[in-house]
Write a protein that binds this ligand. Structure first.
Ligand code: AGP
Length: 613
């Protein structure tokens, strides 16, 4: 998704603007640009391609000034090109009065464009954003207040926006506005920052103020003013980023993805911190905003999510049904929001999201709340739209996840869902001893994940074997079916190999037609209640000369001798096995993508947070 960075203060803006864009590169984009203001001059530098290309342009043609905005664009209207890159300029007859960067989509841009063209505004790009720049420029012909000019035009826009605005007649001033696309202010000493994601400004300040829909801010080096479009002045709520300063650095790893895969033991520790209660054999959550009595009344749970979060929710379904005997439905958020699924007042809706900004999931949240359903969120990003608009929920505490392919967030979600299942079970019928066994299992997970990571050498040998294939089948039964889906998604999204996940037994109902020597069948089959049945499915593949990879319990010779490649994970209670089984699949996707020369942290066509529908 697009990224925005703004700065106003005593330092030169350009290095901060470019450095911020570098931190947002992982979000996916196809062009980058910046605009700075020095005295009454507006300087514009923008280029299709990577941030590096912009950096080289600014080295050749410096962009002086202590205030500015910058942007990485993920094309929605018009292809990636220099002229479609942001910032966009507004004005008539070549007199540029404003520069704008924009995240989101302006639905009524065509009508606005025709109106502006009829009044002599010439358009240089094919983007919807440019209409915003000319609208502001037109207002500046009748007001000397940049804040007021922006406020007026926002009423004309239909759609979503996160905006950054600078103007040469207003040196040192940045206006920011948010409706449906995230924006955050960073507060420094004698300087202020603006960003679409706090990752961009984390090295400069830990004090942030998140904008909500309908809010507009004016920033100068020494001044920070926030107003609501309808309600007027607002006292901003200042949050503190709880990350370690190097959280968004690579820390010696080759890619964010591999760094975050290896962070998972610590991630699960952080997700569980302060939530397991051994003495009561249960888990506790501070933010559900529901009493035990209210939770006992719940008769059904609906999860709505996308992608990896949807896979984590599927693991949650198995866990909650098993431990709490509660019916659970897992919905694709994009489907849930438009279906008319009957739900009564004893249905509890959870949305799951790492970024907290996924448009489909936010839409599902809003739809559930619009219909009066109790709606909670399991989310990683503090202050995100989903975190703020839900009625309570559970933070993952996984720290920023930078790799586009989600890994540690999945583990954090599964750990949280295991604790939620325990908590709901112990509110009902789950016995103390059974609850304690779950507490012990979850408590043991970080160390066991660490052991699973040690299978990386075997995984690299497996990657050597399958890096050239065109298709792959991932198969798992019961609680490992979602893990199979997640393994398939990882391989798809970073190595571009076609991969499908199925319930193992379902393979016989069609997918087995795909089996040949060139199509690896990857079985997720740790020792458990359905292990024997899975062995039969392995034999069915072998009988058709298919290639068998198996993720299994270390020492399971029965499975290992039937597999061409065996990827061992440690023995563990079933309730935490997904946390272990996913590790070799994450590593496999990573090492296959490496061998295929793919751009691992910035896979083609993908974005870290999909803030468009
Ligand atoms: C997962 O690797 C993908 N990056 C993608 O499917 C992602 O999980 C999905 O877009 C949901 O994102 P969210 O968890 O931030 O809502």
């Amino acid at each position: 998704m697009c990224g925005i960075v703004g700065y106003t203060g005593p330092q030169r803006a350009a290095p901060i603007l470019v450095g911020g864009l570098r931190r947002l590169e992982y979000r996916g984009y196809d062009s980058a640009g910046l605009a700075t203001v020095e005295e009454d001059r507006l300087i514009l530098r923008k280029r299709a391609g990577r941030v590096r290309a912009l950096e080289e342009l600014v080295e050749e043609q410096p962009a002086p000034g202590g205030a500015g905005i910058s942007h990485t664009r993920w094309a929605t209207h018009g292809p990636a090109s220099d002229r479609n890159a942001h910032p966009h300029l507004g004005g008539r007859g070549g007199e540029w009065r404003v520069a704008v960067v924009h995240n989101g989509v302006i639905e009524n841009h065509s009508a606005l464009r025709r109106e502006l063209e009829s009044q002599g505004f010439a358009f240089a790009s094919q983007t919807d954003t440019e209409v915003i720049a000319h609208l502001i420029a037109r207002e500046l012909e009748s007001t000397t207040d940049l804040f007021e000019a922006v406020r007026r035009i926002l009423q004309r826009l239909e759609g979503t926006y996160g905006l950054g605005v600078v103007a040469p007649e207003h040196p040192g001033e940045i206006i920011g506005a948010r409706f449906g696309s995230p924006l955050v202010v960073g507060l420094g000493e004698g300087e202020h920052f603006l960003a679409s994601d706090p990752v961009a400004i984390a090295p400069h300040t830990a004090r942030v103020a998140y904008l909500q829909d309908g809010e507009v801010v004016r920033l100068t080096p020494d001044h920070f003013e926030m107003r609501h479009l309808e309600h007027g002045p607002i006292t901003p709520r200042i949050d503190r980023l709880d990350w370690k300063p190097d959280a968004v650095e690579l820390g010696g790893h080759a890619h964010y993805m591999i760094k975050e895969i290896f962070e998972q033991p610590e991630t699960v520790v952080d997700a569980c911190r302060g939530r397991l209660r051994r003495g009561e054999a249960t888990a506790v959550f501070g933010g559900l905003n529901l009493t035990d009595r209210q939770l006992r009344r719940i008769r059904r749970i609906v999860f709505a999510a996308c992608g990896t979060s949807w896979h984590a929710a599927l693991v949650g379904e198995y866990l909650i049904e098993r431990l709490a005997h509660l019916p659970v439905e897992v919905e694709y958020a994009s489907e849930f929001r438009y279906r008319n699924a009957p739900m009564d007042d004893r249905t509890l809706v959870f949305v799951l999201s790492q970024s907290g900004e996924t448009a489909d999931t936010l839409g599902a949240l809003r739809e559930a709340r619009r219909r009066g359903h109790l709606t909670l969120a399991i989310v990683n990003t503090v202050g995100s739209s989903i975190a703020r608009e839900s009625e309570g929920g559970i933070y993952l505490h996984a720290g920023p996840e930078v790799g586009v392919a989600s890994t540690k967030a999945f583990s954090a979600q599964v750990a949280v869902l295991a604790m939620l299942a325990l908590y709901l079970g112990r509110l009902r019928h789950l016995s103390f001893p059974d609850g304690l066994a779950v507490v012990e299992a979850i408590d043991s997970a970080p160390a066991l994940i660490g052991e699973a990571l040690q299978s990386e050498p075997e995984v690299e040998r497996a990657a050597d074997r399958i890096a050239g294939v065109r298709n792959a089948l991932y198969l798992g039964r019961d609680i490992h079916f979602p893990v199979a889906l997640e393994g398939a998604l990882k391989l798809k999204e970073i190595s571009y190999i076609h991969a499908e996940g199925y319930p193992t037994a379902e393979m016989k109902h069609g997918p087995i037609a795909l089996v040949d020597r060139e199509t690896p069948c990857i079985f997720v089959a740790p020792r458990g209640s359905l292990h024997a049945k899975t062995l039969s499915n392995v034999e069915e593949v072998r009988a058709r000369h298919g290639m068998v990879l198996a993720v299994g319990t270390r020492g399971d010779s029965t499975l290992a001798e039937r597999a061409d490649i065996f990827l061992p994970i440690p023995e563990a209670p079933e309730v935490i096995q997904p946390l272990l089984a996913v590790v070799p699949l994450q590593l496999l996707a990573y090492h296959v993508a490496l061998r295929r020369g793919c751009d691992i942290d910035k896979p083609r066509n993908l974005a870290k947070s999909v803030t468009v529908e």
